[in-house]
Write a protein that binds this ligand. Structure first.
Ligand code: C2E
Ligand code: MG
Ligand code: MG
Length: 626
């Protein structure tokens, strides 16, 4: 589209004939308008929109032209002003009135200095004088306060001289564009680039900037810089059970508390989700960091009251310090993250970075990639560990325990790969394989004529939370032909107590199918007694740690006794894990424990050996029937 000013000039020339026939003052004005508007990069002003340029009649006569110009000037949302050689205003449009709060009548004929001085803006008067000297001035980023309304904003000013026919300067013209909204929008944009929308704390972007600056200063000041990388334990559980609104409010509250833990000049940033980072600048020594850590942890020891819920959450924190743990942004952030992962792994509240951690981290990565292929490469196998009834000495069950035959490392115990499988969700297919293999093996033993035993399979948190769990179990039973009453699922207390409501639904369905449920490692987690009673649990397995010191530690004996009493009163079966000695067995027998499992009777065995043991046991039973 043709720009307004050139269109205007063309129309004017066509109607008046020769360019020289256009009255000089109009020519000058058109030139000035033309020039001023050239400054604006796009032809998108209100003027064009409000003016119907297709109506040719408007341009028939000089008087009509005046009407056009007046309309043009009056309908402009931009401020337009003209001034004579003495800097007195001759044109002051409504746009100017709106921006400055000064009416046309007041401005007309007044000297620019008077007006602008009253607006405390002496630069503008200066710009007009420069225009009178033939210069075109573009002034950006000017602030204003409208008189009367007190409205504050920003404008851009375009000041240019007005020439007469002879090329002499007869005054000047200015276009004042209010850019307040644009500026606010830019500010908002700038803010959103640097701040987290939920907590309004600096985001990763701004944090990285500040860290870069701190690192640039640090070598001169010989100070240290600390980075604390933090996330919240169990945040996902809170979010999932109480909803995202409560989760968001908790994050906001955490953000507010973290800010109170640091000094002025330090930065708390929100990296999104439940991840926060703190930049501690200007540390005299690394010893200053534990003080901040203690302060943060103390803040978290108090509950958060959110929409009527009293919530407790604790952070895990990873720490890296310049210059020891890295000299650039990337390595410091990476190392604080590595330290955070380690803190989580070890369930410690915080962890300082150690160079050995990276070695561990890369080993873990390698392990993860080989774990991904382990199933298809058929590297898993099951060992079976018998469970024995203490009174009769009879075989009552087997626990299936997974092993990974790693091509280079040899047999990897589950403690080394189950947590990783859990984290990467590989536990779902691996767990399904374990379940099917264990059920199939048990069915085979039955087909071989062995006395049927209960097969126990361990389930991890993610497996229990899997919505398809019931279906997966059902399919495994149907496909292998094992009757549900021969399957027992072992869950630890902590797994069971996460997400109680959802777990309760799955467990009820499994129970209804006839599958048994056992609580594994009992005594190490926090069980809600109410739930113990409500859940369809068949047995409690006393954790190995209590059995280990049974003969030495009277506290452990008291705990084991209490668990057995509890199981009795809830009418649940009770099994002792990790029984290694006759002395332990004797005490368990005296405490009336139902079953035992442990090296005393048998270590976990490969399927073939477990089968033999089953057979021997069966033959012994035949010889000495009860
Ligand atoms: P868990 O279910 O409590 O299994 C008992 C662990 O104690 C087994 O270790 C077993 O070998 C060991 N153990 C048994 N008797 C004794 C004893 O007398 N003394 C000592 N010191 N240890 C004994 P394992 O096989 O290394 O399994 C460790 C954990 O890995 C299991 O603890 C279970 O939580 C998990 N796990 C094993 N297999 C699977 C599986 O297929 N799926 C899932 N989700 N977890 C599994
Ligand atoms: Mg177990
Ligand atoms: Mg156990």
């Amino acid at each position: 589209m043709e720009p307004l000013h050139s269109l205007l000039l063309r129309q004017l020339k066509r109607h008046v004939g020769q360019p020289s026939a256009i009255p000089s003052e109009w020519q000058a004005l058109v030139h000035a308008v033309d020039k001023a508007y050239r400054q604006f990069d796009e032809d998108r002003t209100m003027m064009e929109r409000s003016l119907d340029l297709s109506s040719q009649e408007l341009l028939h006569a000089n008087s009509e032209m005046r009407v056009i110009f007046e309309r043009l000037i009056n309908s402009s949302v931009d401020g337009i002003l003209a001034f004579d050689r003495d800097c007195r205003f001759t044109v002051w449009n409504p746009g100017m009135e709106r921006i400055t709060g000064i009416g046309k009548d007041e401005a007309n004929g007044k000297n620019a200095s008077d007006i602008f001085l009253s607006l405390q803006d002496t630069d503008e008067a200066q710009f007009l004088r420069e225009a009178l000297r033939g210069k075109t001035v573009v002034a950006k980023n000017r602030s204003y306060v409208a008189r009367g309304t007190g409205h504050q904003g920003f404008f851009e000013g375009y000041y240019s001289p007005l020439f007469n026919e002879a090329g002499m300067i007869i005054g000047g013209l200015a276009v004042i564009r209010d850019v307040t909204e644009q500026k606010q929008w830019e500010e908002r944009l700038k803010h959103s680039v640097n701040y987290d929308p939920l907590s309004d704390l600096p985001n990763r972007n701004l944090f990285t900037d500040r860290l870069t600056q701190a690192l640039a200063r640090a070598p001169w000041s010989k100070r240290r810089v600390g980075i604390l990388f933090l996330d919240l334990n169990r945040f996902k559980v809170i979010n999932d059970t109480l909803g995202h609104e409560v989760g968001d409010l908790l994050l906001k509250n955490v953000a507010a508390r973290l800010v109170t833990c640091i000094r002025n000049g330090d930065t708390v940033a929100h990296f999104g989700g439940d991840k926060f980072a703190i930049l501690l600048e200007d540390l005299a020594q690394a010893d200053d960091i534990p003080k901040v850590l203690q302060k943060i942890l103390a803040f978290f020891s108090e509950s958060f009251l959110i929409e009527g819920h009293e919530l407790f959450t604790t952070p895990s924190i990873g720490v890296s310090v310049y210059p020891n743990d890295g000299k650039d942004v990337e390595s410091l952030l990476k190392n604080s993250n590595t330290a955070l992962l380690r803190a989580k792994e070890q369930s410690s509240q915080y962890q300082f970075y150690l160079p050995t951690m990276n070695v561990k981290a890369s080993q873990r990565l390698a392990l993860e990639s080989s774990l991904r292929h382990a199933l298809e490469r058929q590297e898993f196998l099951l060992h079976y560990q018998p469970k024995v009834a203490i009174k009769s000495g009879q075989f009552v069950g087997m626990e299936a325990l997974v092993r990974w035959r790693h091509p280079e490392k040899g047999i990897v115990p589950p403690a080394e790969f189950i947590p990783l499988a859990e984290e990467t969700a590989l536990i779902i297919p691996i767990g399904e394989w374990v379940l099917r293999t264990a059920c199939a093996q048990t069915k085979t033993w039955q087909a071989e004529g062995m006395v049927p035993i209960l097969i126990a399979v361990n389930l991890s948190a993610r497996q229990l939370q899997n919505q398809n769990l019931v279906e997966i179990v059902q399919r495994a039973l149907i496909d292998t032909g094992l009757a549900p009453r021969y399957l027992e699922l072992e869950l630890t207390e902590s797994v069971l107590m996460q997400n109680l409501e959802a777990n309760s639904v799955s467990l009820d369905k499994l129970h209804a199918m006839g599958v048994e449920i056992a609580i594994d490692d009992f005594g190490t987690g926090y069980s809600s007694l109410a739930y113990l009673k409500r859940f369809p649990i068949n047995s409690l397995k006393i954790d190995r740690s209590f059995v280990r010191d049974l003969t030495l530690d009277s506290d452990d004996q008291a705990i084991v006794k209490a668990i057995i009493t509890l199981a009795r009163s809830l009418k649940r079966k009770v099994v002792a894990e990790g029984v290694e000695t006759e002395e332990q067995l004797e005490i368990l027998r005296s405490l009336d424990c139902d079953e035992m499992q442990g090296y005393l009777f048998s270590k976990p065995l490969p399927a073939e050996d477990a089968g033999k043991l089953l057979k021997e046991n069966m033959e012994r039973q035949k010889r000495t029937p009860l």
